[in-house]
Each structure stands twice: as C-alpha cells, then as structure tokens.
Design a binder for this molecule. Structure first.
Ligand code: PMP
Length: 397
C-alpha cells in the first residue's frame, strides 16, 4: 500500500466514524483539569474529569513531585527489572498494600496497563475467564492477550455468572477459571455485587479479579469497593488506578505476596516498559498519605454528588441506578443526547454525551463526574444550564 492509498483509506474510515457520530473532537484545556476549566478562551463548569478528590492540582502533591523531580530527574531511566526501580517505587508499593489491606502491591504505568499485565500473566491456554459484559475496555483487551476462553456474563447478573461458572467448572475443560469485574461501572456508576461474586467463586473454585479504578479513593473509606464489602481476604486481584482519585497517573495491582511477585517476574509491562517517573511516584505517595489521614475530601465528594443528583432529579431528569458519585443524566436517544450535551457546552457546562456503542443502543446519557472541589455555586450553575437546555429540548417540563 502506498502512503497515498493508506491516507485515502484512513480518511474514508475517519469520515465513516464522523458520519456515525463516533469521532471525538478534542479541545485542549488551557489550564488545569479542575472544577472549572478553560477551553477556546471560555470557562466551563467541568463535569467530566476523574479527578474525584481534586488531588491532581493539590499543592502537597505538586510540591512532592517537584522535590522528587529535582532530586531524581524527570525519568526513571529503565524498566523496573533492569535498574528503573527507585526506592520511591518500593515505598509507594508498600503504602499501596497497607492502604488496600493486602500483603503486597505492584505499580504499573497506567490502570490500562495493569489489566494488560495481570490478566495475561496469569491466564493462558486451557483456562477460562468469566467477564461481566460491561467490563472496561482494558479488561477486554487484557483478556484478548490470553489464549483463555472468554465467557461473558450478563451485567451484574449473578444467576448468569453462577450458571456459567458451574458449566465451566463441571465441563472439566478448563484449568484455572477467573471471574473478573469492574468494582464500579464507569458508565452507570453502579457497584459490582462482590459478596455474591466471592461466594460463587468459592463454590466453583474461581480466581477473583476486581478492577477498582472508580472505587479507589471513593468507596470503603477510600480503600475501595473490596474494602467497602469487607472482602479484602476473598479477592485475589485488586486493580487500582493512580490517575483518578489519586490525581496523578499510573496503576497498581494489590494482592498476596505470591500474586505480586509473579507479576514482577512475568508481566510484560513490568519487564518491558519504563518505570513510572519519580515525580509521579512521589505525588502518589503523598496522595495515599492524604487519603489515609482524612476522609474530608471523600465526604465532600459524596455531598457534592448527592447535591447534583438531587438537583437533576428535582428538574425531572433520571439519574439511572448509580450508587456512586458517577451521575448519569439518562436521555435515551443518541442524537438527542449529543444535542443536549452540545447545548450544555454552549451554556458553559462540560459534560460528555455517552452513546452507543460505549453504552447499549437507546441508553444515551450525559455523564456527570462531580468532584470534591466543586462549590455549590458551580453545581447550581450547572443545574441552571441543565434546566434551561432540558426545557428547550423538551426533555423536561
Ligand atoms: N479500568 C477502568 C474500570 C477504568 O475506568 C479505567 C479508566 N478509564 C481504566 C481501567 C484505565 O485506567 P488508566 O486511565 O489509569 O489507564
């Protein structure tokens, strides 16, 4: 293929995406990703970041990052197993394990990378993975990296999981079988039924794996969904991200000493991708300390989420079945959802439309991510825009 034909092919594909409304235009931020953001010279109430606790711009984290950067430089210089492991990485991992209540933890370059790393390091040919149909893309891709058979179960449908676990185990066709789920589902804000999953896992001898990207720092006093349900000793793999509530970037797997040592020995991103930079690691250490010290930021987050949810409901919107700060405003029709989000943008509110294929057809929603940093005034400004735009588009009366 010449570069000209490749360009023509890609242009054609891009146009197809645009026609289907699946092409993301990206407006760069002209300042930090805080509760109010600037884009194209305009200010918006920001209801689209994962910076749940406002730690991305917290001065304590910034100072820790600057100090470590001055001492150690901007890069860690190598992969973890050559000589990219700084004492800071070890300190972070010890703090993460203590925070999660596990024997050990290992840090990766992102939450996405954790799922690439951990699933493929443990599962292989002759194994089976039972995966919730709404699991995050990185879990889906992590499963694809293995030669294990992937069996999807209906979203949070414990009867379906039980039936499929029983069939898989009783077939005798598989060695290891893993049940894998998001802790908090990012599009609806609902929480996985972990006590049932743990019980089913015990009945059918399953490995348990929870990706708690949206639960860490938010649920369980900050320690996450597994702690929330008191299941710390019944879940084998707890995945967390350092890029949402923790405010920086990176990910980690928390579990037993053996799980962590195996990932350090065999997982490919650990072996072949450069370690997290010192500044980031120092900022994460600071963040974990803050999360352990006080629940103040989490309390603010939950208060703001409740305020926004009540406000949207009072206007006549449905917020679906969220049980966490993730607050969808359910619209349904794809085009209406996009138009509504665009109208909110005109009104100075940045809240993303989430439509098919990210969520099932006919369940379009504008997703709101309130944070600990939003003031009541900011949320009121957003609610006023919701009221105005919703009325204009005939979504509420
Ligand atoms: N897992 C889940 C459930 C997520 O929501 C995300 C973030 N979108 C990730 C993993 C990826 O985490 P990161 O952004 O740290 O790569």
């Amino acid at each position: 293929m010449t570069s000209k034909t490749l360009s023509a092919f890609l242009l054609n594909q891009l146009n197809e995406l645009k026609d289907r409304g699946l092409y993301n235009t990206i407006d760069p931020l002209e300042g930090p990703n805080g509760p109010v953001i600037r884009m194209k010279g305009r200010e918006f109430v920001n209801l689209s970041s994962n910076n749940y606790l406002g730690l991305a711009t917290d001065k304590r984290l910034v100072d820790a990052a600057v100090e470590a950067t001055i001492r150690f430089g901007v890069g860690s210089g190598a992969v973890r197993t050559i000589n990219g492991t700084l004492a800071l990485h070890v300190e972070l991992e010890e703090k993460l394990a203590a925070f999660k209540g596990t024997e050990a933890a290992v840090a990766f370059q992102s939450g996405f990378n954790c799922n690439m790393a951990a699933i493929s390091a443990v599962m292989g040919e002759g194994d089976a993975i039972l995966s919730d149909e709404l699991n995050h893309a990185s879990i889906i891709d992590g499963c694809r990296l293995t030669k294990a058979k992937v069996i999807r179960y209906r979203h949070s449908d414990m009867d379906d999981l039980r039936t499929k676990a029983k069939e898989a185990r009783e077939s005798g066709a598989f060695g290891k079988i893993m049940a894998i789920t998001d802790g908090v589902f990012s599009m609806d804000g609902d929480v996985a039924k972990l006590p049932d999953i743990a019980e089913i896992a015990e009945s059918y001898d399953l490995i348990t794996y929870v990706d708690d990207a949206h639960g860490s720092g938010v649920l369980g006093g900050g320690a996450g969904t597994v702690k929330h349900f008191g299941l710390s000793d019944r879940i084998d793999f707890q995945i967390g991200t350092l890029s949402k509530a923790v405010g920086a970037v990176g990910g980690y797997v928390a579990g037993t000493r053996e799980v962590v040592d195996w990932l350090k020995a065999r997982s490919r991103p650990f072996l072949f991708s450069t370690a997290l930079p010192p500044g980031t690691v120092a900022a994460c250490i600071e963040a974990i300390g803050i999360l352990q010290e006080s629940k103040q930021l989490q309390d603010r987050l939950w208060e703001n989420a409740a305020y926004l949810r009540r406000g949207l409901q009072a206007l006549g919107f449905s917020t679906g079945h969220t049980a966490t700060p993730i607050t969808p405003c359910m619209i349904g029709d794809e085009e209406k959802t996009q138009r509504f989000s665009a109208r909110l943008y005109e009104e100075g509110v940045y809240a993303k439309a989430i439509v098919f294929p990210t969520v099932p057809k006919g369940t379009g929603r504008v997703r709101n991510m309130p944070t600990a940093e939003h003031t009541t005034k900011m949320l009121d400004r957003a609610l006023a825009a919701y009221g105005k735009a919703g009325w204009e588009l005939g979504l509420i009366r």
